[in-house]
Design a protein. Structure first.
Length: 176
């Protein structure tokens, strides 16, 4: 698929078909995520892929608010996070004012690759920032040094959402 089309077609999808997502497909989108740049190639992004019905039910029931649980029904869930105090840190601590935001920055770059690759493969995603971090850590046994960020639903769209309006370039860009 042409890159521009992938960019334009990627949407946050809130209704997925009852069609399982294979581990091979998840591997493909995660490999795309790994191609993203990162601070000194530190690659601190971490992924916890939930595919089995049993675990999907547990995560939906215990870790997501009801609207996100409902909207991600039928999708696989990929919990995303990053190792804290690594990207953007040196021997003496944070290298600059951003601190752990560099880890979040790198994870965001990876996650956009993941979402775009999913679209190229004919799947769709919903990034969910509203989730219960401690419940996720508990159920998935995620280490303390990992900051959990978004849970990404991955599945086959059952809807054709319209693109929410974007701001004018002039509102967000200043040229010099
Ligand atoms: C960091 C982040 C957190 C988000 N959290 C949620 C969420 O918890 N639930 C939800 O329905 N959408 C969530 N979204 C989706 C946004 O609402 C969506 O990306 C935005 O409205 C633009 O729509 P589009 O993705 O179709 O272009 C989140 C998006 C991002 C980037």
């Amino acid at each position: 698929m042409e890159f521009q089309k992938v960019l334009e077609e990627r949407r946050s999808v809130r209704s997925f078909k009852n069609e399982p997502v294979s581990k091979e497909t998840v591997d493909q989108v995660l490999k795309a995520a790994q191609l993203a740049p990162s601070w000194k190639n530190s690659q601190t992004g971490r992924y916890y892929a939930v595919l089995s019905d049993d675990m999907l039910n547990k995560v939906r029931e215990s870790c997501l608010p009801s609207f996100n649980a409902k909207n991600s029904a039928n999708a696989a869930l990929i919990v995303t996070g990053f190792v804290k105090d690594d990207a953007g840190f040196g021997a003496d601590g944070p290298v600059n004012d951003m601190g752990n935001m560099w880890g979040a920055y790198d994870l965001g770059l990876q996650n956009e690759n993941l979402c775009l690759k999913a679209r190229e493969l004919g799947l769709d995603t919903l990034i969910m920032g509203i989730r219960d971090e401690s419940a996720l850590k508990n159920i998935l046994d995620i280490p303390d040094n990992v900051q959990v960020a978004a849970v990404i639903a991955l599945g086959y769209r059952n809807t054709e959402p319209k693109m929410p309006l974007r701001k004018e370039l002039s509102e967000v860009v200043k040229y010099y």
